[in-house]
Design a protein around this ligand. Structure first.
Ligand SMILES: Nc1ncnc2c1ncn2[C@@H]1O[C@H](COP(=O)(O)OP(=O)(O)OP(=O)(O)O)[C@@H](O)[C@H]1O
Ligand SMILES: [Mg+2]
Length: 210
């Protein structure tokens, strides 16, 4: 089995090789997949991300979602060493500024901040995923740290729902899992929803069986 570092390297490299046409098509399909899903229908406050390193581009999706009346939030990095993301409201066209990784983020005005537990849905970037909802990220642990509180919630009331976003080629058979990894409720790709079979959640609480 490849190590996490090898997997990250290989898949990130493959992802950067995708051409512009392929990316644009995939992003358009993903927007349709998301807007048709029950995850979306029942969510009012949705956290997105600003694509970097060849990640699936959500800019088209967030414009449509904004027009659909959804409130959109983007992550803002905390000061070091705290590895927690904060989420701030973003309306398409508003000014963003680059964080220490060069990723655009909203200006951190307190009035525009939302508590993580008040989000309905979080679209989570990833490097690789498997059919169990396991996620391999970039390796800093930001999403795991930020949403560690979900682990303590019971049954069907888990909020927010974490929905991984990826190109379908990022799926692998099985990922190594760490005790601190927070599982995804599902993963959306340009081909549809992965419909992750997650052991800890009963199938009847899956809002996504359309
Ligand atoms: N809840 C936590 N408690 C303690 N340590 C954590 C926790 N979450 C993450 N970490 C630390 O973060 C580091 C990176 O985690 P991991 O390898 O799972 O990254 P990742 O999920 O791939 O990255 P990211 O979430 O940033 O995209 C781990 O070495 C681990 O020590
Ligand atoms: Mg992790």
């Amino acid at each position: 089995m490849e190590s996490k570092a090898e997997l990250r390297h290989r898949i990130r490299w493959q992802r950067r090789q995708l051409g512009l046409g392929e990316r644009t098509r995939a992003a358009r399909r993903l927007t349709a997949v998301l807007r048709r899903s029950r995850w979306y229908r029942y969510s009012r406050r949705i956290a997105c991300y600003w694509a970097t390193d060849g990640e699936m581009d959500l800019s088209g999706f967030l414009q449509r979602a904004h027009q659909d009346g959804r409130a959109i939030y983007l992550p803002v990095l905390n000061q070091r060493p705290v590895k927690k993301l904060r989420f701030h409201r973003y309306r398409p066209g508003e000014r963003l500024r680059a964080n220490r990784f060069g990723i655009p983020e909203p200006l951190p005005q307190q009035a525009n901040r939302i508590a993580c537990r008040d989000l309905d849905l979080v679209l989570v970037p990833l490097v690789a995923f498997d059919g169990q909802g396991h996620r391999l990220g970039m390796g800093a642990g930001f999403y795991d740290h930020t949403f560690a509180f979900i682990r303590h919630q019971q049954g069907r009331w888990r909020r927010p729902r974490l929905l991984g976003i990826a190109f379908s080629f990022q799926r692998i058979a099985a990922l190594p899992v760490e005790p601190w990894d927070i599982p995804l409720a599902d993963v959306a790709t340009e081909r549809g929803l992965a419909r992750c079979q997650i052991e800890h959640r009963s199938r009847s609480s899956n809002p996504n069986r359309s």
